[in-house]
Design a protein around this ligand. Sequence first.
Ligand SMILES: Cc1ncc(COP(=O)(O)O)c(C=O)c1O
Length: 499
Amino acid sequence: MSNHIGAGAAVSSRALGTLLDSWRASSSPGYAALADRLRLLVVDGRLPVGTRLPSERELAAHLGVSRTTVAATYSSLRETGHVTSLRGSGSVVRLPSRSTTPRPTDRGGDVVDLTKAALPAVDGIGEAAQRAVDALGAYLPDSGYDIVGRPVLREAIAARYRERGLDTHADQIVVTLGAQHAIALLARVLVGRGDRAIVEVPGYPHAFEALRAAGARLAPVSVTVDDGWDESALLQTLRRTSPPVAYLMPDFHNPTGATMPAEQRVRVLEAAAAEGTVVIADETMAELRVGGDGEARGLRDVGRASSSSSSAAPAPLPMAAYGPAVMIGSAGKSLWGGLRVGWIRAERPLVERLVRARSAGDLGTPVLEQLIVADLLGDMERVLEARAAHLRRGRDHLVAGLRAAFPGWSVPSPAGGLSTWVNLGAPVSSQLTVAARQHGLAVAAGPMFGVDGAFERFLRLPFSYSAEETDRALAALAAAWEGIDGVQASSGTALSEVV
Ligand SMILES: Cc1ncc(COP(=O)(O)O)c(C=O)c1O
């Protein structure tokens, strides 16, 4: 079963029971705790707006609680605007209007929002934008509609692949509206209704959504901080299901930070090619190399293969250097998410299919943003140094703070990417997330990154934020953790009773 329900669908008591998982382990396992857990599922998107909830009677029977408890829960959800109940159509999930629950602001404001692993713009965007405005005149005489990408940007992206060691021609590039759009476009073109799609768990939830929206049934394969990809499961799933696509994040995998060793890339791509599976390698994080003390862990196999020095491990080449792979890139992390520029690198026949399919959804990427990205891709050495310095400070500050405050947690120090995948030592991630909101911190609970309600022991914490925001987040986590402290010892037993 999935832990993301399709919008507009009815959720069964059984499916909802799985999503609710550890609500009983909270310190007040009555209607208030149940309502809190349901609100979390609504707010973090696991219960999409429009989903019809089970009747009070069905849910009460499934959870083994009284109907009064469920009635009080639904009533509490109605009061906070998370549910509307209409005669004849039952209780339907809604998002409250801003007046009832103020949304956390991105930066500043009362709530620290760490639900996004994102960065502020890199220095130099303003100047690049000014130069792009100056260059814009040359583009104004034509229509400005540009479905495949401006030649100047396609060439700059191809040149960047060549700098990273992979021969690439500009006509292998399709410029998109960010990496998310690239995933959705590839899913639409490559996946048919009911097809299998391999994904990593934990993994990137919006990729799950895009693949599902294209009709895919997800086939999960595990990735862990310490051991990376479960290679035998991955190869077996490839052979058993011959899926049309496998979506992988081989570099600084979101959320574990793992990087796939070079030899493993070769084996995986070979097995995929034998099944006719297109490997989509999402390299959104690939250039966010932080280095330092996490290097030995995240890149340990790559390092072992090529160098004994933990800090000198070379970056792997882009995925397609090891075998056939379609790659996704983005300016969103290295430069700025607000540019909404990403791309796909594929062989020419697929480029043509993508371009033909694209116009059903959008008609191209804005020209000015393309010019800004083309400009800055010529300055990547400076850009990436600045990013690495920012992220190294953020990672070291967050990791040190977490290790000091929560000695029972396992806190990895990843070699790159934007976040650390923390093991809480007990299956209390959703509870902690609910409690943290009450202390002014929004974070994404571990199960957001799975497909079956798993990962209650994990929390993804981004290290891309300022020291001040991180300190506020740490304080909120400490207060929230204290609130659920009494539950930790008993949570193992309490959980095993639920579904
Ligand atoms: C792995 C991964 N792919 C894609 C995206 C989306 O990137 P973009 O902002 O370029 O759409 C993200 C954003 O966090 C991501 O983590």
